[in-house]
Design a protein around this ligand. Structure first.
Ligand SMILES: NC(=O)c1ccc[n+]([C@@H]2O[C@H](COP(=O)([O-])OP(=O)(O)OC[C@H]3O[C@@H](n4cnc5c(N)ncnc54)[C@H](O)[C@@H]3O)[C@@H](O)[C@H]2O)c1
Length: 355
């Protein structure tokens, strides 16, 4: 049976991937790596902990990661590990640069020195920046134009992975850019779980600014299936023309083409709890440099790899809200351990710190 090395495995998407991987391939050897940073939570893989090997390790630490590669000799590598919260990146960008940029390079370097069958670097729609009014969507050919500390650190990692793809074509390294994910195990400070957990605590749901920022949403299980499809796809060698055409690199944009405003998402979550959004949503000052809109086109992964999303949003959000209602102990523990994020954005240029 193949060995998978999955990083960021105690985070939201990585944990969902580990659960799904063990359903898809019950005999797979899974080495789950996470340094248990702010978003890491071993409870996310508790249900499968006796079926995986967990290694607490920092992907930006080359010696440690190279030793893990040599010990386990993974066939497949999926790098989900990243610092991922835009708000926290504004408060302290340095850890984002380390995990998202240096970490991406260290992982690629390990796959260069200790060959694997394939390696997927998981990235985000946000590296493309903000979509101009009138533009329909980004594609794999769009320029990287990240503008926030989180997305800029991810874009730095992406650039390095693209350099590895083209400089060392013998390493089979692929990349995905995904839309916003929703589903179980997401940290309670992210929009959908925040809406549910606040309401269940009797508090209103804070929405930044006018709430009209538009986001492209995909169920986490659809994202995991896309990553798995990319990992296992039979791909042609990178053609020379990719030097000037990034659309020819093994990069796949992943989306359900489902665009909604933040305020509508908050309203859907409140409605799913049987309450009136007008009474439960409050507007709070926007964070600085907040992207207004982004959307990506998944034509390439659909036409070349036959992937398509299977979760309809209305059902998906109702099930997700129900999951948070049913798993109250899981998120109450996180809030008790980590507190709630509350920021005075007027101080951000100085020394903003979570309250
Ligand atoms: N959440 C989304 O909507 C979304 C959308 C598109 C892409 N992505 C990408 O998917 C990946 C996973 O996102 P997520 O939402 O699960 O994030 P998350 O913050 O919930 O989980 C990330 C995990 O990575 C771990 N980690 C961070 N730095 C590490 C390091 N240096 N070494 C080892 N572990 C480290 C954290 O402890 C955490 O458990 C990220 O690369 C993110 O950029 C996320």
């Amino acid at each position: 049976m193949p060995t998978y090395l999955v990083t960021g495995a105690a985070g939201f998407i990585g944990a969902n991937y580990v659960h799904l991987l063990l359903e898809w391939e019950p005999g797979a050897e899974v080495v789950a790596v996470d340094y248990i940073g702010f978003a890491g939570n071993l409870a996310n893989v508790d249900a499968v902990i006796d079926r995986i090997t967990f290694e607490k390790a920092d992907i930006a630490d080359f010696e440690v990661m190279e030793a893990l590669y040599r010990r386990y000799r993974p066939d497949y590598v999926v790098n989900f590990a990243a610092e991922s919260h835009n708000d926290r990146a504004i408060l302290g960008p340095s850890s984002f640069m380390r995990s998202n940029a240096l970490g991406a390079q260290v992982m690629a370097e390990c796959s260069r020195l200790v060959p694997v069958r394939s390696h997927v670097h998981v990235s985000t729609i946000e590296v493309y920046g903000e979509l101009a009014e009138g533009d329909k969507w980004f594609t794999e050919r769009s320029a990287l134009n990240a503008k926030t500390p989180y997305s800029a650190a991810k874009a730095a990692g992406d650039q390095m992975v693209r350099a590895y793809m083209q400089t060392y074509p013998e390493i089979d390294i692929r990349m995905t850019h995904c839309a916003n994910n929703y589903g179980p195990f997401q940290l309670p400070e992210k929009l959908i779980p925040l809406a549910v957990t606040n309401v269940l605590h009797g508090k209103k749901v804070p929405v930044y600014g006018d709430g009209l920022q538009r986001r492209d949403w995909l169920h986490v299980a659809d994202h995991c299936a896309a990553v798995h499809r990319v990992l296992h796809a039979e791909l042609d060698a990178i053609p020379a023309a990719a030097a000037t055409d990034p659309g020819l690199l093994p990069i796949f944009d992943v989306s359900a083409r489902f665009e909604v405003t933040n305020i509508d998402i908050a309203a859907m979550a409140v409605t799913a709890l049987g309450l009136n959004p007008d009474e439960w949503i409050t507007h709070v000052p926007d964070r600085p440099n907040h992207d207004r809109r982004y959307l990506i086109n998944p034509d390439k992964i659909e036409s070349q790899l036959g992937w398509a999303p299977t979760h309809d949003f209305a059902t998906g959000i109702a099930e997700t809200v129900a999951w948070y209602v049913e798993h109250r102990m899981w998120w109450e523990q996180i809030i008790a351990d980590k507190g709630e994020l509350g920021v005075d954005w007027s101080q951000v240029g100085q020394a903003a710190a979570p309250r």
